[in-house]
Design a binder for this molecule. Structure first.
Ligand SMILES: [Zn+2]
Length: 241
């Protein structure tokens, strides 16, 4: 065994040990401990909603208009791509609502940042933002984050998810357990959608590379790129279209 091999082995062992020490959630312990859950930046009202209280009023965007602007420092090269994705998304939603870019009186700002994230729902008393750095400017992430802003959580947090999914809690990174809370206050108007743009793939939040989210029959869930008919129905139902 060469020195290099030994060092690699020791490094690998340490990594494995670290990983295994950071694996696992107890279902009971899953609750919102702070205001950031995965790519969702939540206001205190959102947290109340997630914990099963009645949805706060005003979480719908008024007049079916999501009014946004780009932060002055946001790079021009990304803006047209985002505008295009949103135009397509409007059509996919059957023109139920509009994403309106405005200069003033806006409530959501597109900003650069370390990862893709967004606030959940409208809240006029809270500065809303969508964080879209370069790697997030693609059709999936732009629509996914704007869907959060429209008021939606991840598909795997639906209150009925345990009828459809098997969550392998032992493979979930201990620091990411709050991604698996159940949205007890969320109203459902569609059947479970494995293909939803709001559904995470099987290996999401894994501490060890093993699957965390599987279909009840053991089937894997891929990384979904497209808005489905059920996604569109969900948004249209929520906005009364
Ligand atoms: Zn998300």
């Amino acid at each position: 065994m060469t020195l290099k091999t030994i060092i690699s082995f020791i490094t690998l062992s340490v990594v494995i040990e670290l990983c295994s020490a950071q694996c696992g959630c107890t279902q009971k312990g899953i609750k919102i401990s702070n205001f950031n859950v995965g790519d969702m930046v939540l206001s205190s009202q959102d947290v109340l909603r997630i914990n099963g209280f009645k949805a706060a009023q005003g979480v719908h965007w008024p007049n079916k208009l999501l009014r946004y602007t780009f932060d002055p420092s946001y790079p021009d090269k990304n803006k047209n791509a985002i505008r295009e994705f949103l135009k397509i998304y409007e059509k996919e939603l059957g023109n139920c609502l509009r994403f309106l870019e405005e200069k003033s009186d806006v409530y959501a700002t597109v900003v650069l940042g370390g990862g893709c994230s967004a606030n959940v729902g409208y809240n006029k008393n809270y500065p809303l933002s969508i964080t879209l750095p370069d790697p997030c400017v693609n059709r999936r992430n732009v629509k996914h984050e704007f869907t959060h802003l429209l008021g939606f959580m991840h598909e795997h947090t639906r209150p009925d998810r345990d009828q459809f999914l098997k969550i392998e809690f032992g493979n979930v990174h201990s620091g990411l357990c709050n991604n698996f809370y159940l949205c007890e206050g969320c109203k459902l108007t569609t059947t479970y959608d494995f293909d939803s743009i709001m559904q995470y793939p099987s290996e999401a939040f894994s501490c060890n590379g093993k699957d965390t989210i599987l279909k009840k029959n053991g089937g894997k869930i891929p990384f979904n790129m497209e808005v489905t008919k059920l996604d569109a129905k969900k948004v249209r139902d929520y906005y009364g279209c």
